[in-house]
Design a protein around this ligand. Structure first.
Ligand SMILES: Cc1ncc(COP(=O)(O)O)c(C=O)c1O
Length: 490
């Protein structure tokens, strides 16, 4: 219909044109018909304007319509058509659907599988910025670095420590080797200490050193979540061996399930000692049993020991690298993030035998490394930072001692004392809620945030993790809120 009307309007212009000289009224009519012609091209957006023009013309032309019947007819038809459109707008032609862009085809399938498995799991994105929220989700210490460490960074820059440092600052590496002697381990700093920008880079490079596509890599369950993406990145399949609770309710490595989970494809296994999220510190017997097994199975151990400075009571940190035949099959991952509350400064290192160290160093992370000025400040931290570490240790211990008994007063919650690290991993299964729902509802109703246990693996279900990175008073307030929340479930 639109095309027919446009044709009619074109003819109307032709009919009127010879009479243009008759006066203003005719030339106005010609202009209006031309305007109508352009408006009806896309009538939906211009209906009101087109209708008002055509209505006015119909009434103006009324007395003269018999002189120009084709023009009068054209205006009538146009008026009827536009009025009809006004009453019932035409359906807009549907835009062809934009095909959904799938980037999955470019990606490593292991990573895509992880993203899919994790979708809907993260509570981090849903954390509202709310001052009344008690956030115990991430393990980011609430202590700031003492001034003397910040000054050491500044001094290092002033002194010109702003250049490449291939292989890391030798004095920093020597200071690390010196520090690690406290665990009875003597290392050659030049060949056995590899500087990393944080524990996460240490994970990435240690995995990269040994994992090929198709390999299996064993973690215990529950396990810290930061291992799965790097393993997938290198094309390895992460397998899990369930930990088992001891009489106190702490998850411990279970040799039977570890043995059962090791296959011909298993390249290595990871232990987190002291363990995040479980709080377990491995005993000498556990380390010995594990070392015997990995030697027997001829696999590598990656020992994530970033919480070594936070071990409670009579428990003692021991490193598996120190056991017989473990030198060239162990990579110890360390980080300053927790030791010196340096999470944002990206400082860490790996200790390994000389051959394994070469493999790690060859994992190309380029010059993306711990900044040299921070390496220099790291020397100062290792020399003078222990008073600060003591203060943090004392505060964490007080927090644990305050919060564990308080949580245990709450019906449906059972919380063991951790042996190490600064997390609590209470069993909340008595409340009847799965961990994700527990956490989401606790956040919404009482503004308390922690991590649901299921993100650490299927065996973590029924638990939640609280990072004790808030002052004691805040943690106790959180316990009050948790209690109110749990009582409200009844
Ligand atoms: C067990 C464990 N390993 C590694 C990391 C990563 O350490 P970084 O923050 O130094 O990258 C964390 C951080 O929370 C951790 O808990």
């Amino acid at each position: 219909m639109k095309e027919e009307i446009r044709k009619r309007l074109e003819n109307a212009v032709k009919t009127l044109e010879p009479y243009r000289s008759y006066g203003q009224m005719v030339s106005d009519a010609i202009n209006n018909v031309k305007k109508l012609h352009s408006l009806v091209e896309d009538p939906t957006g211009n209906l009101d304007e087109a209708l008002s023009i055509v209505n006015a013309m119909v009434s103006q032309l009324g007395p003269y319509s018999s002189y120009m019947p084709e023009v009068a007819e054209t205006l009538k038809v146009t008026q009827e058509w536009l009025t009809g459109l006004k009453e019932k707008p035409p359906e807009r032609p549907q835009k062809p659907e934009t095909p959904e862009l799938s980037v999955a085809k470019y990606a490593k399938k292991e990573l895509v599988a992880i993203i899919q498995a994790q979708s809907g799991m993260s509570t981090r994105a849903q954390i509202p910025r709310d001052p009344s929220m008690i956030n115990m989700m991430a393990g980011d210490p609430d202590f700031n670095q003492p001034d003397f460490i910040g000054k050491a960074v500044y001094d290092a820059i002033q002194e010109g420590h702003t250049h490449y440092s291939f292989g890391g600052d030798p004095e920093f590496k020597a200071a690390i080797a010196d520090y690690y002697k406290k665990y009875g381990v003597k290392v050659d700093p030049s060949t056995q200490v590899i500087i990393e920008s944080g524990g996460s880079q240490a994970i990435f490079r240690s995995f990269g050193a040994i994992l090929n596509p198709g390999d299996e890599f064993l973690v215990l369950d529950p396990a810290y979540g930061g291992y799965s993406t790097p393993a997938a990145y290198f094309g390895a399949k992460m397998t899990r061996a369930k930990m088992k609770k001891d009489a106190k309710g702490l998850f411990r490595p279970d040799m039977e399930s570890i043995k059962a989970a090791i296959t011909d494809k298993t390249k290595g296994m990871l232990i987190c000692n002291p363990d995040n999220p479980c709080g377990t510190v491995y005993t000498e017997a556990e380390l010995k049993a594990l070392a015997d097994l990995v030697v027997d199975k001829d696999i590598v151990v990656i020992a994530d020991e970033i919480y070594t400075e936070f071990v409670w009571g009579d428990h003692k940190h021991r490193s598996i690298i120190n056991l017989p035949d473990m030198w060239e099959r162990t990579m110890v991952l360390m980080s300053f993030s927790k030791t010196f509350a340096w999470t944002g400064c990206r400082a860490g290192y790996i200790i390994a035998g000389p051959e394994l160290s070469k493999l790690v160093s060859n994992v190309p992370t380029g010059i993306c490394s711990m900044p040299v000025a921070f390496q220099r400040a790291g020397i100062v931290a290792l020399r003078e930072g222990w008073g600060f570490v003591d203060e943090m240790r004392k505060a964490y211990k007080e927090r644990i001692d305050a919060m564990v008994p308080r949580l245990n007063e709450i019906e449906g919650i059972s919380c063991p004392y951790p042996e190490g690290a600064f997390y609590l991993f209470p069993d909340i299964s008595g409340t009847g809620l799965p961990s994700m729902r527990f956490m989401m509802e606790l956040m919404q109703r009482e503004k308390v945030l922690g991590a649901p246990g299921m993100i650490y693996g299927p065996n973590g279900e029924g638990h939640v993790r609280f990072a004790l990175v808030k002052p004691k008073e805040k943690l106790l307030e959180a316990c009050d809120r948790i209690e109110r929340f749990v009582n409200g479930l009844k």
